[in-house]
Structure formats: C-alpha cells, structure tokens
Design a protein around this ligand. Structure first.
Ligand SMILES: Cc1cc2nc3c(=O)[nH]c(=O)nc-3n(C[C@H](O)[C@H](O)[C@H](O)COP(=O)(O)O)c2cc1C
Length: 177
C-alpha cells in the first residue's frame, strides 16, 4: 500500500477540488492519501509518506508566496522521496500548453523554487468570472482578450480534464513503486 501526501494552495477552490479528486482516486485504489493546504502544513509526519506532491494555482503569472516558502522550507523532505509538482492555470486550456516545457508558469516555478521538482504536471483550471472580484475579472478578461479566450463576464468554464487528473493520481502511486 502506498502512502501519498498532497499539499496544495488554492485561492478560489478549484485546485482544492482537483486535489480532493486525486485523493479520492488514490484511496479508491486501496492506498492512503492525506491532503493539507500549504497554510496548514506545519507539523507533517514526513516518515508516514512514500510520495509527496505539491500543487498550486497560478495567480497573475506566478504563485502565492506561501507556495515558494513551503518549497524552500521543506526542500530536503521533498527531495528525500519521490515527489511531484502540479500547476493549475487557464493558459493550459490549450492542450499544447499542458506540455510542461511549453507552459511558462510551470517553468517559472522550476526557475524560482528552491526545490527543483523532477516530476511535474500541468492541469487546466477554471474560469469563473462571476466569483472573481471586479479587478481580477477585469484583468483576466484583458489577458483572455489577448489570447483568444472567453471574455463574457458571466462565463464559468471548467477546463480540467478530470480523466487526466485520475491518470496523474495513478502516476503518483506509480512513483512510489
Ligand atoms: C486573480 C487571478 C489571477 C489569475 N492569473 C492567471 C494567470 O496569470 N495565468 C493563468 O493561466 N491563469 C490565471 N488565473 C486562473 C487560475 O489559475 C485558475 O482560475 C485556477 O483554476 C484557480 O484555481 P483556484 O480556484 O484553486 O484558485 C488567475 C485567476 C485569478 C483569480
């Protein structure tokens, strides 16, 4: 039985939903999976886990500073076991941008993080204009306009490939073996 820990940062809840789906899938295969937010990740019993994953959503071209702080503080633990980083962003609505080498946000994490993940994944996130603050909505509409994405302020579009999320969860189990 594998034992997996997924630490995540989510602002609007979609990365949390992806993480929970992964955890459920891992548990359904008879393995153990714990999930904690970056903010909660204070007293982790690292010995309990075979595989570690860190996931975060992209916000204005980067990640919340707590994500980098976590990777910096726990790089030794992350390097001591099979570990993976996943990035959630809406540029990845374009399948080509789901290839890690083609996704600038994934590359940015590798560049800026003290922990250099050997295993990485890009997951398409969600556009949810109605739930975003006016300033965020306005800024993302602007970015979308430049990249031929949706700009309707009522648009709620889930770009996540949930089948692929399950495949990544299986991959985390495989990393253990
Ligand atoms: C304030 C804000 C800024 C964002 N900036 C980017 C961005 O620069 N590039 C991108 O691809 N997606 C961007 N997104 C899209 C998010 O990465 C996407 O909606 C993701 O699913 C959010 O996950 P969460 O619900 O866990 O916060 C942004 C979203 C918000 C709310």
């Amino acid at each position: 039985m594998a034992s997996v820990l997924i630490v995540y940062y989510s602002r609007g809840g979609h990365t949390a939903k992806i993480t929970q789906a992964m955890a459920e899938h891992i548990r359904q295969q008879g393995h153990l999976c714990d999930v904690v937010t970056v903010a909660e990740a204070q007293a982790i019993d690292w010995d309990k886990y075979d595989t570690l994953a860190l996931g975060a959503c992209v916000l204005y071209g980067s990640y919340d500073k707590s994500v980098f702080a976590f990777a910096n503080q726990y790089q030794q633990q992350l390097n001591s076991k099979p570990s993976s980083f996943f990035s959630v962003n809406v540029v990845a609505r374009n399948p080509e941008k789901r290839i890690p080498e083609n996704n600038k946000y994934l590359q940015k994490f590798i560049e800026l993080s003290a922990w250099k993940p050997k295993d990485v994944k890009v997951i398409a996130g969600k556009v949810d204009y109605p739930s975003w603050r006016w300033y965020d909505r306005w800024m993302i509409q602007l970015i979308m306009k430049m990249t031929d994405g949706p700009t309707d302020p009522k648009a709620v579009i889930d770009y996540t490939d949930w089948q692929d999320v399950n495949c990544y969860a299986d991959h985390l189990i495989d990393l253990t073996q």
